[in-house]
Ligand binder design. Structure first.
Ligand code: NAD
Length: 453
């Protein structure tokens, strides 16, 4: 297999669609196969199935190189390479549900594809098992994805590194050639998705995006290890924040002080309500399960998960402490998405917070710039939803800032105060300035911001 000009991407989710669009923008002909007919119909009209910055524009710009289908025969006709990016959601027991992956592989086995690249996050050993399904004539590569939702396309086009696990030299070669424009960043700047300055400068200095070659198992484990480590940083800093609260220190000052140590670094170190979304919760649980199945008790990771779970309820407890009781009180949630820049609500802390507030007898109002449509489908219908944040604040006894959308930082908090019944703001993401809020007459508490705040 020389230069891959045509390929098939299986699964049009965050990962699959970002990969397909990026490769199409780089000039490859990409067929996208998904079992969700509604999603494929929408994509044929260039409609993004979810919100991601730059996606709508990219679908249009790359449309000549992209095609969409639910029909495997059409998807695999004369393509030699398939990239599989179907979901691997958690089972109730906590391990990865591989049913979509196996379905995709069984379909693939019926078509003459010579290289299958698994991009989905899968437990160690899955690539090995996949080989048995695909049969002897098909080679496999593990190519885990590290993109972040909210900047999925940008991360795909401008990766920190590309990880490839494989067993044959030619397989590394094929993927190195496929990803060469990303490795060398040799494509023209896309005005709607600009290249990050640091990367532009690094490339100008002659650096390249590293392609890390490993065995199949190491690639599989590296993906879980990366997510488990990031989750550990979050739970660690949340624990320090809780200590800061207990002893009267300010976590934001602590983070600034320790983040300057290059061994520690300042990134992904934000105290708050803990991690959510479709990856960290599921991947930490899956790794703990994987370790256990291998006879190893991963104590640290179990604690990371436990700390994260407890952290979600910090604001509810704070609200109850400030208001005296929650029953009969009106509480407004600012933000529902699991993080800014996405409309994704999978494992978002907001869901459990809303449930807990309702269970304690509160009336719950909520707003989000992007996630309202999905919220209507998944939230308890008793939660009242508002597009306008000021309307959501009407007559509230406390405001809980759950997702740090820039809109909430920029909110006219003086005007907001006139809408509230009580000027109580509990900031679950330390997004607001405590002094400025107090100067406006708010009772303000963040996470880990000293004894009083
Ligand atoms: P997703 O839920 O957004 O999309 C999965 C897509 O696969 C859906 O459109 C679904 O209809 C489709 N699908 C399911 N079975 C199929 C089949 N047999 N054939 C064709 N299509 C099928 O998932 P996602 O968030 O893109 O995640 C995909 C994988 O990548 C997961 O393993 C995830 O852990 C991993 N990952 C996700 C992210 C992220 O930020 N979302 C980041 C890195 C890695």
């Amino acid at each position: 297999m020389d230069n891959v000009e045509k390929l098939t991407v299986v699964g049009a989710g965050y990962v699959g669609l970002s990969t397909a669009v990026a490769l199409a923008l780089l000039g490859r002909e990409v067929r996208v196969l998904d079992t969700d007919a509604g999603r494929i119909e929408g994509l044929k009209r260039n409609q993004p199935p979810f919100y991601e910055p730059g996606l709508a524009e990219s679908l249009v710009r790359a449309s000549a190189k992209l095609s969409y289908t639910t029909d495997p025969a059409e998807a695999y006709a004369d393509t030699e390479l398939a990239i599989v990016a179907v979901g691997t959601p958690p089972t109730p027991a906590g391990h990865a549900d591989l049913r979509y992956l196996y379905q995709a592989l069984e379909t693939l086995a019926q078509h003459p594809v010579s290289l299958v690249v698994i991009k989905s996050t899968v437990p160690v050993g899955t690539n090995h098992d996949a080989k048995k399904i695909l049969g002897p004539g098909v080679a496999l590569a593990s190519n885990p994805e590290f993109l972040r939702q909210g900047q999925a396309l940008s991360d795909t086009l401008y990766p920190d590194r590309i990880l490839v696990g494989a067993e044959e030299e030619w397989v590394f070669g094929v993927l190195e050639r496929l990803y060469r424009p990303l490795i060398e960043q040799s494509f023209e700047e896309l005005p709607w998705l600009p290249r990050p300055k640091a990367l532009r400068e690094a490339i100008a200095r002659g650096q390249r995006v590293p392609l890390v070659r490993t065995g199949l198992e190491s690639a599989e484990l590296a993906k879980y290890a990366a997510n488990a480590f990031l989750a550990t940083r979050i739970s660690f800093i949340n624990e320090i924040a809780n200590v800061a609260e207990a002893v009267g220190a300010d976590i934001e000052e602590v983070v600034r002080a320790i983040g300057l140590d290059p061994r520690i670094g300042p990134h992904f170190f934000k105290a708050g309500l803990g991690y959510g979304g479709s990856c960290f919760p599921k991947d930490t649980r899956a790794l703990a399960y994987l370790a256990k199945r291998g006879g190893y008790d991963f104590k640290l990771l179990r604690a990371v998960i436990e700390v994260n779970q407890a952290q979600r309820y910090r604001l509810v407890e704070k609200a109850e402490a400030v208001l005296g009781r929650l029953s009969g009180q009106t509480i407004t949630l600012l933000g529902l998405a699991f993080k800014p820049g996405t409309d994704d609500l999978r494992e978002a802390p907001s869901l459990e917070i809303a449930e807990e507030l309702l269970a304690r007898g509160a009336r719950v109002r909520a707003t989000d710039p992007k996630a309202l449509e999905l919220a209507r489908q998944v939230l308890d219908p008793r939660v009242e939803l508002f597009a306008d944040p000021l309307e959501a604040l009407e007559d509230a006894d406390a405001v809980l800032l759950v997702t740090e959308w820039p809109e909430y930082r920029a909110l006219d908090w003086a005007q907001a105060k006139r809408r509230l019944r009580r000027p109580v703001v509990l900031d679950g993401r330390n997004a607001l300035d405590p002094q400025a809020m107090e100067a406006l007459g708010y009772v303000y508490q963040g996470i880990g911001r000293g004894r009083k705040r």
